[in-house]
Design a protein around this ligand. Structure first.
Ligand code: KQY
Length: 363
């Protein structure tokens, strides 16, 4: 049985390591809801298989799947992906899974944040979300890892850490009144520090333009290693993303991290605007209370939403001219990893990307 601790990770000597450190494996959830994924989620399922297969070249992958989809997922996934039955409301393991923490003795525990589907009844993306809110606890139980239930709503995609005391996040998401209306900025910072072990919080203002998560940091900026960050970028002054990336760049240039280092910033130029087609829009079941997918809506496409795994980096491809440059740039800054690109338009159409559907379990 997995114990629930009433203390905090920081008090017990645990901290959240950077994604770039060694993993025991990766957790994902199988997509199926037809009001988010077009054509009964079949194209998304193929994209998730491609992501799981790419990661499985580097480390073990576990896929959580509802009872209804178990046989279909087992049949579509390669044999080296472990399939585990787990109920869920959707497939965003980054946001609903545990943030794993470790101590200096190689022991593993996890933080189970409160989840309200990216904003609850005030702009959230679906109702109910109770099955998603239980996912972190179930993963920790399977891994026999102790659990901390954090007293705060937070999705894993809204934070990035360097594992050396620095945490990156956005005001747009963490200070949004639809997450923790009763907590002040100071109280939110205190919780972040207590539950991740970070000592310094670096705030960006906004996430990527039109990101339905209210600006998750994992779509705009992430650590490649301590002191080195990747930032989504555009050179087009007329693009609404331009002032957002510009502001982020200025803040990151001013900041130093918890160890006192200035940050080196790698710009990853975004793809050209990606709009939902009529076909794609028509393929999504319309249901009251979930976000409509309208023809012509711009999706929040970003190469920063990649995933680092043992010896690898799995980066989204959009069939765009910038795909190649993104791979080459990342490869240049990650010489010890193999950068693999996976076609990700179908994941983007669901509202996120490769980082959003994965969760690392540290070694
Ligand atoms: O982390 C994410 N990007 C998840 C987005 C959820 C979208 C639900 N439609």
């Amino acid at each position: 049985m997995s114990t629930t601790f009433e203390t905090t990770p920081r008090a017990d000597g645990y901290y959240m390591p950077g994604e770039f450190t060694m993993h025991a494996g990766t957790w994902m959830i199988w997509p199926e809801r037809p009001d988010n994924w077009r054509l009964g989620a079949k194209p998304a399922q193929k994209a998730f298989v491609a992501v799981a297969s790419a990661i499985a070249q580097f480390e073990p992958v576990s896929m959580a799947v509802s009872a209804r989809q178990y046989q279909n997922a087992r049949g579509m996934l390669p044999a080296n992906v472990r399939v585990v039955e787990m109920s869920n409301n959707d497939s965003w393991m980054r946001d609903v899974g545990p943030s794993f923490v470790v101590n200096g003795k190689g022991q593993l525990r996890g933080v189970d944040w409160m989840f309200n589907a990216w904003g609850g009844l005030d702009g959230g993306l679906y109702f109910p979300w109770d099955l998603d809110d239980a996912v972190a606890q179930k993963v920790l139980e399977i891994e026999n890892a102790g659990r901390y239930r954090a007293p705060m709503v937070l999705e894993g995609g809204s934070i990035h850490v360097d594992g050396e005391g620095t945490l990156l996040t956005t005001e747009e998401c963490l200070l949004n009144p639809n997450r923790n209306p009763d907590l002040s900025r100071d109280e939110i910072e205190t919780n972040l520090k207590e539950y991740t072990g970070a000592s310094k919080i670096l705030w960006l203002q906004n996430g990527v333009y039109n990101d339905e998560t209210n600006g998750h940091v994992d779509n705009i900026c992430c650590f490649l290693r301590p002191g080195l960050v990747a930032l989504t970028w555009t050179d087009d002054h007329n693009d609404p993303q331009y002032p957002i990336s510009q502001d982020a760049y200025e803040r990151l240039s001013r900041y130093s991290d918890a160890a006192g280092r200035k940050l080196e910033i790698v710009k990853l130029h975004q793809p050209d605007p990606i709009l939902i087609t009529a076909d794609e829009s028509e393929g999504v079941d319309a249901v009251d209370g979930t976000l409509p997918r309208e023809e012509g809506d711009r999706m929040a496409a970003s190469y920063v939403n990649f995933y680092l795994c043992n010896g690898g980096a799995v980066i989204p491809a959009f069939d765009d001219l910038h795909d190649r440059l993104a791979v080459e740039t990342l490869q240049k800054y990650l010489p010890d990893r193999k950068v693999v690109s996976v076609a990700a338009r179908e994941i983007l159409l669901g509202g996120g990307n490769i980082h959003c559907i994965t969760q690392q379990q540290p070694q």
